[in-house]
Design a protein around this ligand. Sequence first.
Ligand code: NAD
Length: 348
Amino acid sequence: KRVGYALVGLGHLTLEELLPAFGECKKSKPVALVSGSPEKLKKVAAQYGIKPESCYSYQDYEKLKDNPEVQAIYIVLPNSLHAEYVIRGAKTGKHILCEKPMANSARECELMIDACKKANVKLMVAYRIQYEPYNRQVRDMVRDEKFGKPKYIEAQNSQSSANPDHWRHKKALAGGGALPDIGLYCLNTSRFVLGTEPTEVFGYMHSTPGNPLFKEVEEMMSWQMRFPDGVIVNCVTHYNTHDSRFYRVNAERGWLHLDNAYAYQGQHLQTSHAEGKAKMQNQITIPTKNQFAAEMDHFSECILEDKQPHTPGEEGLQDHRIMEAIYQSAREGRPVKLTAVKGVDAFR
Ligand code: NAD
């Protein structure tokens, strides 16, 4: 049995990654589309065998309620629209999978969580990395203390962007720049790998004056997170450098280095550890999986078996709280403490 999905927004991610990934799913299938473009709806529906009557405009979004083939809605719109479409979507009684970043603020995340609770529907944030086999392997090795206790993590997610007119460069639509778009991977994956929550952050932000790309959103954020037991996570995210997507977990007796960590594919895991007086270097190879397919099938399984998703709305809310503290720190030039939030460990 497969869960039927309505995809909302036919942009780059939906067309190039999600729709093709359904081909590798075992529990999920696309059954409806929502878009502002009738031409795109017609073309994409024909390509994926979706019925013309299951294609909707944004104005007709609520009509999904009456489509019995749809059990889940996947929100793949610009960030500022996530809150509105999750809240409206919850009222149709369908379960909701929402792209990252979950919203533009922690307050919006709270409203989204409340709306889904009230409607008694599941809410999951599409943190694909938490379903990707190499990142899961690192998580297992770190939490099993394979090389002793983790002490610090270096994480980097950078790329270059060129179009100042894209919504990613408009504060109102994107919420911020490099941090919520790609830096979020460093933040969320560190929390995932360590299985603990940061207690303090310190941020440094920069945008090159006069560059139209960074008139509204930050070009770069460099930040440090202090985790329990003195574990430190150092992160950099940049919108104006060559692609660089890795993290290294440094533990007492060895390290794990995941290159291409946040990419759609091509993860490369190396380790180094001490064995007696010798230093061993290894490359670990494990079977790969399409991470979008793994993520969608996880949500489908939660729907079919009535389980709590591994990355529920609360996971997105926690990231937004931390990002707000990082921005505050960068603005004020001082570390900002994070208060423990009751219940945040409940889904780990
Ligand atoms: P995109 O610009 O390619 O697509 C966005 C779609 O939204 C377009 O079809 C556009 O027409 C539509 N849209 C509707 N209302 C709009 C409005 N008011 N302004 C602009 N566009 C509007 O973007 P994308 O790269 O597909 O990103 C969509 C979402 O997916 C974002 O939240 C992004 O962060 C997320 N994303 C996640 C990943 C991932 O790896 N998980 C990768 C890329 C994007």
